[in-house]
Design a protein around this ligand. Structure first.
Ligand code: SAM
Length: 275
C-alpha cells in the first residue's frame, strides 16, 4: 500500500477530516521517516514502511489520543520537542509568551548575557527557545515531576541548550538570583473548560490549580525575595483579577503588565522590578 492510499483509507475514518487530515499525514511521515510534512506529497507514491504500525497508531488517534503523544514529538517555535504523556504538549499560546519574553528581555537587558529560570518547565520548550532566540546563556529548568524534567533535559541536549535541571516545588531549589523567572504553571480552575482528550491524555499535574493560585504566589514570593528583575507568567484567561491583587500585595516594587493573546484573551503577565 502506498502512503497516499493509506492516507485516503485513514481519511475515511475521520469524523472531522478537514481538521484532522494533517494528523494522518503526520503519522505517515513518521512511519516513513520523512523529515517534513511537505515531503509527504513528494513521497506519496512510495510504499508505506510499516502498515501494521500505522493501523495501530491510527486506532490510538481515533480513540482521542493526541497525535503528538503517538509520534513522540511536538513542534514549538520552529523546533521539534520530544514529548510523552508525562508532559503537556506545548501550545501556540505559549509561543506568544516566548515571543513576548524575547522582546521584554531585549528591552530590559539589552545585549547583556543573562540567566533564566524556567519554572514548571514540562518539556522545557520555553527555556530552550529563549536560549536559542535571545541572549540567555544558562537556563535553570525545574518541575515538580521527575519524569517531566527528564524530558526537558533530553530536549535541551538535543537542541544544544546549556542548562541545569531540578525536581522541585516552584522555585524552592533556587539559592542564587537569576535575571529572569519565567513560568507557565498549571492555571486551570474548572474541569469544564478542558476538552475531553486533554483530560484523558495530558497530565493533570500540568493543568489544574487551586482557587488561591498558590503556585503563582509561591513563585513570585521567592523571586521577589531574590530581587529577580523580570518575572513573566503565562496566565489563564479568567485569573487576571485575582493575580493583580496577589501581585500588588507581594510585589509592590514591581510594575505590572498584562497582555492579551491573538484570541483577545489575557494570557501573559510580566512583573518588572522598579529600579
Ligand atoms: C502548564 S504545564 C507547562 C509546561 C511547559 N512549560 C509548557 O509551557 O508547555 C505546567 C507544568 O508545571 C508542573 N508543575 C505542577 N505543579 C508544580 C509545582 N508546584 N512546582 C513545579 N512544577 C509544577 C507540571 O508538572 C507541568 O509540567
Amino acid at each position: 500500500m502506498t502512503l497516499f492510499e493509506a492516507y485516503q483509507e485513514g481519511l475515511k475514518l475521520l469524523k472531522n477530516p478537514k481538521n484532522d487530515e494533517i494528523n494522518i499525514r503526520s503519522l505517515l511521515c513518521e512511519n516513513n521517516n520523512l523529515k517534513s510534512m511537505s515531503d509527504f506529497y513528494l513521497h506519496k507514491n512510495e510504499n508505506i514502511k510499516d502498515l501494521q504500525r500505522f493501523n495501530r497508531e491510527l486506532h490510538r488517534f481515533l480513540s482521542g489520543e493526541p497525535v503528538q503523544y503517538i509520534t513522540g514529538k511536538a513542534s514549538f517555535f520552529g523546533d521539534d520537542f520530544i514529548v510523552s504523556n508525562d508532559v503537556l504538549i506545548p501550545r501556540n499560546e505559549t509561543e506568544e509568551v516566548v515571543d513576548y519574553a524575547i522582546k521584554k528581555i531585549k528591552e530590559k537587558f539589552g545585549s547583556k548575557n543573562i540567566s533564566i529560570s524556567d519554572v514548571c518547565a514540562g518539556s522545557g520548550c520555553i527555556g530552550c527557545e529563549l536560549f536559542l532566540h535571545s541572549n540567555v546563556d544558562h537556563v535553570f529548568f525545574s518541575d515538580i515531576s521527575d519524569k517531566a524534567i527528564a524530558i526537558a533535559k533530553q530536549n535541551a541536549e538535543k537542541l544544544g541548550v546549556k542548562g541545569s535541571f531540578y525536581v522541585a516545588d516552584g522555585l524552592d531549589y533556587l539559592n542564587q538570583s537569576v535575571d529572569v523567572v519565567i513560568s507557565n504553571p498549571p492555571y486551570i480552575l474548572k474541569k469544564e473548560d478542558v476538552d475531553q482528550s486533554v483530560l484523558d491524555f495530558e497530565p493533570n499535574l500540568a493543568l489544574f490549580t487551586d482557587e488561591d493560585l498558590t503556585i503563582y504566589r509561591k513563585i513570585t514570593k521567592k523571586a521577589v525575595e531574590f530581587g529577580v528583575p523580570l518575572i513573566i507568567f503565562e496566565i489563564g484567561y479568567d485569573i487576571k483579577g485575582k493575580l493583580e491583587k496577589i501581585f500588588k500585595e507581594i510585589a509592590p516594587n514591581y510594575s505590572l503588565e498584562f497582555k492579551k493573546d491573538i484570541n483577545d484573551k489575557f494570557r501573559i503577565c510580566s512583573l518588572s522590578k522598579i529600579d
